[in-house]
Design a protein. Sequence first.
Length: 134
Amino acid sequence: PSTHTAVAADRLIVGRSDSYQLRVYDPGKGLERIVRRRIEPRPVTEEVLAAQERQVQERLAEMPPSPGRDLYAAVNQGVPRSETLPFFMRVLGDAEGRIWVQGFPAAEESPPPWSVLSRAAAPMGSVRQDNSQN
């Protein structure tokens, strides 16, 4: 799991990707709220592991031989494998205080949609990125 942070207007958002739980902090008051969403965990499948390995190999192929490349390869060899996929991959905030949460893709899935939450953490909808070549 990884920890994600974002600034949404005047608040700090902190969440770990191993659960859908975001902590919203007001700098003068501390913890303002905890945002939770019930989502069933998705298992890490062989397909997901194969896709991740392909991504690592593609990145390695783009990197020139160097100690940094060797370190990247070694680190990715020793990464412990989770039984479930992360619940999200990115958290962003905007000047109006909205929170943007991008789900975590499974295998070769196109970029997952962004869930948009209001300043009060109410769901506002979702936005999907268009990666098509026009």
